[in-house]
Design a protein around this ligand. Sequence first.
Ligand SMILES: *Cc1c(COP(=O)(O)O)cnc(C)c1O
Length: 402
Amino acid sequence: MQITRDLFNDVMVPNYNPSEVIPVRAKGSRVWDQNDNEFIDFAGGIAVNCLGHCHPALVKALKDQGEKIWHLSNVMTNEPALRLAQKMVEATFAEKVYFANSGAEANEAALKLARRVALDNHGPEKSQIIAFNKGFHGRTFFTVTVGGQAAYSDGFGPKPGDIVHCDYNDIDAFAALINDNTCAVMMEPLQGEGGIISPSDEFVKAVRKLCTDHNALLIFDEVQTGVGRTGALYAYEDLAVVPDILTTAKALGGGFPIGAMITRSDIAAHLKIGTHGSTYGGNPLACAVAEAAFDTVNTAQVLNGVKQREQLFRDGLAAINEKHNVFSEVRGKGLLIGAVLNEQYQGRARDFLIASLNNGLMNLVAGANVIRFTPSLVIPLEDITQGLARFEKAVGDVVNAK
Ligand SMILES: *Cc1c(COP(=O)(O)O)cnc(C)c1O
């Protein structure tokens, strides 16, 4: 049976619009499609493939666990889940772990937990959730409503209530919103989908302080920033604040679906037996792969390598901009990088994406004006150099086509 892009339109729900390229195999940061065209991968499956494709440590963990036990349900616990949880606890502020299968599910658990803590400790009126415009927290109805783009949550009937938003980095607006009925504040410690926007130190500190003052839990959504992406194991480490709850997914499984919510014991205690759960959450196969990914990323060598690679990207993008004058700014942290299009190229990020693909390069956008790069944390330096050369050609194609 010949599989083509047309089949997508025949058999798939039309909520995505995938490119014509259908990749069939990959190794490290190189990907090949059905016609054996080769691509350099600066996208990493949207910040998921933190160790590239088919990393030997992950393949081994998958194969080894695949011969042992795949699934048990949470009627029993399992060794890979407990080992991974132990490692996450040792490496972070957290004392307890809840496993889910995705970022949205990890956030859903965090929000439900925050509501339950507020109810138990303060009463039903303490239910307000504050989040930020342009924030992204997933696509379940609760998480997408907490996300800062109403367009994503509109059109599905009545929304979960008592959720308000203000601008990221706007301390005054935030201070005006938070009150004693606020139960939680959910934020990304660097907005990813919203356009690669870093928080100011003052903003993060003010949010932390006001949460403490009002007994509101601070939830860091590190689904995109976590597991080495910014050059720290988790981005909060570089921000001089500690959240009460943190969520992690994407890179956690290095390409195998898993998410987690981590928190302190006093908070975790409110998710009593039967209050929340997941059939697949903490699945041994997922946890075995995630354990291998976590072990491999959480080393000085890999984390320092992220900073070295960031510099290569920044230097390369600056040189391209010198030549073609397309970006107003290159921003982000570690290997979560956004090249912001200048006035002349507003709204055209997707054109650069398509031109890149035509030149053998996979990257991403973050909104209509930002080209996003989230490659493997261990992408070979040579692949960065060659990938940037392909990107320069792509930029040239867009510039010359106008
Ligand atoms: C991708 C993302 C999510 C959603 O994760 P899924 O695994 O798609 O549910 C949530 N929050 C942030 C910050 C993300 O980048």
